[in-house]
Design a protein around this ligand. Structure first.
Ligand SMILES: [Zn+2]
Length: 339
C-alpha cells in the first residue's frame, strides 16, 4: 500500500511557531469574551481570514489581526493556558520538540514590564513542558519595525535568561522595513551569549534578504527562507553551510507569498540539499498546524514517506534539542518509516 502512514505519528521538531499565533481559535473567543474585547470579524467567523501580505497594506492588516488577538492575553493564567494548549496541539501532531518564538516586549504592558513578562512566559513554558512531556524551548525575537537599540536590549536579556530555556534569537515582522545589518550588534550579542541566530528572511522579499541574514547576522537558521529557491547559488550556500530553513508552506499560501500549495518550492529546496524544518507559523490565522505541513508536502509535492521522514530528520537536526532528545526522535522516525 502507498502512503498510508499517519504523518501525525511521525516524530518531528517544530521550530517556527509564534506565541499568540499558536492560540486555538476557540480559546481566543473565550478570552475575548472574558475581557469584553470586540474582535474583528475576520477572527470570529470560524474561517481563516483572507490575507494578502505581499503588499504593505496586506501585511499591516495581518499585523492588526495579530495585535487584536494578542490584546486578549492579559493575565499570567492566559499565558499559561496558551502555552499549554500549544504544547498539547504539538504533541497531537507528533512534535517531540517545540521552539516557540516570542517578543516579550509586546506582552510587557499587560504583565508588569519586560522582565516579569519574560519570566511569566518562561515559567509557562516550563510548566507546559512538564505537564505534556514535550521538550520546549524559547526563541526571543526582536521586531524589525522597532529601533535596533531595542533589539540589543532584548538580546542581552535573552542571553541573561539562556539557562531558563532560551535557545535562540530571532528577528520578525516586515522584511521590507530596514536592513538586516541594522541589527548586527544585537545578533552578535546573542551569538556570543551562545544563542542560535534565527532571523526571518526570504519570505516577503527575495533571495537578497536571505543572503543578508547569512552575511550580516550570521544566521544558523532562517525563518522561512523559501525565496532562496530563486537563486541556485544561494541554495548551494545554504546546503553547504547546513543552514536550516524554517519553511511554513500553509502560511506562505495564506499570506499570498505563493498562489497555491503546489507553488511553494519545497522540492527545489529539498533537491538542492537545503535542510528544512516545516512549521505552522501562526495556526490561529492560517488555519493549519504542524502535521498539516507534512501532509501538504505529501499531497501537493509528492513527498514519499521516506522523504517525509527525511524532512522530519532535518527538523530534528536543525533544532536546539540536546543530543539524547535528538537521538530518541531520530530513532522514532526510523521506527515510523519501518512500521
Ligand atoms: Zn514567522
Amino acid at each position: 500500500m502507498l502512503s498510508v502512514r499517519d504523518v501525525r505519528l511521525l516524530p518531528k521538531a517544530h521550530l517556527h511557531l509564534h506565541f499568540t499565533g499558536s492560540m486555538r481559535p476557540t480559546t481566543l473567543l473565550e478570552l475575548a469574551d472574558k475581557y469584553g474585547v470586540h474582535l474583528p470579524e475576520a477572527l470570529t467567523s470560524g474561517e481563516p481570514p483572507k490575507l494578502r501580505a505581499t503588499d504593505e497594506r496586506g501585511w499591516f492588516r495581518f499585523q492588526r489581526l495579530y495585535d487584536a488577538a494578542r490584546s486578549c492575553l492579559r493575565e499570567p493564567e492566559d499565558i499559561q493556558r496558551l502555552v499549554r494548549e500549544a504544547a498539547e496541539e504539538d504533541v497531537r501532531d507528533g512534535s517531540g520538540w517545540l521552539e516557540i518564538q516570542v517578543d516579550p516586549t509586546s506582552y510587557a504592558p499587560m504583565l508588569g514590564g519586560l522582565i516579569p513578562a519574560l519570566e511569566i512566559i518562561l515559567d509557562a513554558v516550563d510548566a507546559a513542558s512538564r505537564e505534556t512531556g514535550l521538550g520546549m524551548r524559547v526563541l526571543v525575537a526582536a521586531n524589525r519595525m522597532k529601533h535596533p537599540l531595542d533589539a540589543r536590549t532584548l538580546a542581552r536579556l535573552a542571553v541573561r535568561y539562556a539557562d531558563r530555556g532560551i535557545v535562540g534569537f530571532g528577528l520578525s515582522n516586515d522584511e521590507r522595513r530596514g536592513m538586516a545589518r541594522d541589527f548586527d550588534r544585537a545578533f552578535a550579542i546573542a551569538r556570543e551569549g551562545g544563542l542560535l541566530a534565527a532571523p526571518h528572511g526570504g519570505e516577503l522579499t527575495g533571495p537578497a534578504s536571505v543572503r543578508d541574514c547569512l552575511d550580516d547576522l550570521r544566521a544558523t537558521r532562517i525563518g522561512h527562507g523559501v525565496r532562496a529557491a530563486e537563486d541556485p547559488r544561494l541554495l548551494r550556500k545554504l546546503a553547504e553551510k547546513g543552514v536550516t530553513c524554517e519553511v511554513c508552506p500553509a502560511s506562505n499560501v495564506a499570506l499570498g507569498v505563493y498562489e497555491k500549495p503546489g507553488d511553494v518550492p519545497l522540492r527545489t529546496l529539498f533537491d538542492a540539499g537545503v535542510p528544512m524544518a516545516l512549521g505552522a507559523d501562526d495556526p490561529l490565522l492560517f488555519g493549519s498546524r504542524l502535521a498539516a505541513q507534512y501532509e501538504l508536502a505529501r499531497r501537493h509535492h509528492g513527498f514519499t514517506d521516506a522523504e517525509l521522514a527525511e524532512l522530519a530528520r532535518q527538523s530534528v537536526r536543525g533544532s536546539a534539542a540536546p543530543g539524547d532528545v535528538q537521538a530518541k526522535l531520530l530513532a522514532g522516525i526510523d521506527h515510523w518509516l519501518s512500521g
